[in-house]
Write a protein that binds this ligand. Structure first.
Ligand code: ADP
Length: 338
């Protein structure tokens, strides 16, 4: 299990990770989601002892990374796919790593096969595409058959087939009881990969809950209604408490009322319906809305100035999440949603 407690990391006057607390549990894929610049890579570096926090603590299997006697057997990480000795073959790259921790050649062959690099294993890794480098990085991460995997945007550079492959692999590894912590800036990708989500924006926790709950809570539900008597129906729905917007002469979009109730009202008032369809907003839109005010390199958040500091005192949040912070699930997970 991975645990971050009140992690804070500053680079000069920039706070990349801000009082971040969460727990990543074994047996499921946990998505670490946030816009670019949110602090995902920094958090992963802190977990792996590659950077030192200014505050808080990070442990893997209850220990600091640097205290693990054989780290590759406990945690496998893929942070920078390109950070390889470019002159070495893929096989030798993995072999070198194996030899640092007494892992045999048999396992090197196994992981090279597992990631589908057998045919190019003797080729210079420096000439690999990003997708192939990701596969090689994954081979290195899996080398010690660790119980914990930390993968930073592993689908970058993979073709559609590679994306499905890595998604299936991550789910299988989680199914074997491993802790799989994978970052992405793409909500749609995480929706089909992760069972649990930890969402951050500007270094702060925005949500920590199951993917199902995140989708349920984030996507606005509405009902599309088509009727030749749309104007009258709009009045009836509004009187019953629904919020109606007309999107065409015969078309209404209803929020705050379920489709059956719309149907009942129409029947009671003898209004003809041509269509009655429950709808759900796009997940990617919902994610962008949720993290909108925390996007670092996008259009400025409403009310934010360009030079606004990335962090505020904990009791004075200037970057309120647009929605209520979704925070539930992992036992031991802490607040700090803003
Ligand atoms: P993400 O992985 O979510 O895209 P990062 O963790 O890479 O986000 O970056 C978070 C913020 O910290 C960004 O503003 C980034 O520019 C800054 N940052 C990251 N690493 C460094 C560093 N070594 N020096 C200075 N700023 C950094």
């Amino acid at each position: 299990m991975i645990e971050a407690r009140n992690l804070t990391k500053r680079y000069g006057d920039k706070t990349a990770v801000n009082d971040l607390s969460f727990t990543v549990e074994p047996g499921k894929v946990t998505g670490f989601l946030g816009p670019n610049g949110a602090g995902k890579s920094t958090t992963m570096r802190l977990l792996l002892g590659l950077d030192h926090p200014n505050g808080g603590d990070a442990t893997i299997a209850g220990r600091h990374y640097q205290d693990l006697p054989e780290p590759l057997r406990v945690v496998g990480a893929l942070l920078e796919a390109r950070s390889i000795h470019t002159g070495r073959s893929a096989y030798n790259h993995v072999l070198c790593l194996a030899q640092t921790q007494g892992i045999g050649k048999k396992r090197v062959d196994e992981v090279i096969d597992l990631v589908g690099l057998r045919d190019v294993a003797r080729k210079r890794a420096g000439g690999f595409s990003l997708g192939m480098s990701q596969r090689l990085g994954l081979a290195a991460a899996l080398l010690g058959d660790p119980a914990v995997l930390i993968l930073d945007e592993p689908v970058n550079g993979l073709d559609p087939e590679g994306i499905v492959w890595i998604r299936t692999l991550m789910k299988r590894l989680a199914g074997e009881g491993k802790t799989v912590f994978v970052s992405s800036h793409l909500m749609n990708e995480m929706a089909v990969t992760a069972e649990h989500l930890i969402v951050i924006g500007r270094g702060r926790l925005v949500a920590d809950c199951s993917t199902e709950e995140f989708i349920e809570r984030s996507t606005e539900q509405s009902v599309l209604v088509r009727s030749p008597d749309a104007d009258r129906l709009a009045e009836i729905i509004a009187l019953d408490g629904g919020k109606v917007t007309a999107s065409g002469t015969e078309e209404l979009r209803v929020v705050g009322m379920e489709a059956p109730r719309v149907g009942e009202l129409a029947a009671a008032e003898r209004v003809v319906l041509h269509e009655l369809t429950p709808q759900r907003g796009s997940l990617e839109e919902a994610f962008m809305e949720l993290t909108r005010e925390t996007v670092e390199y996008g259009r400025p958040a409403i009310g934010a100035t360009e030079h606004e500091p990335a962090h505020e005192p904990a009791d004075e949040p200037a970057h309120e999440p647009v929605h209520e912070p979704v925070h539930k699930g992992a036992p031991g997970a802490q607040g700090g949603a803003r």
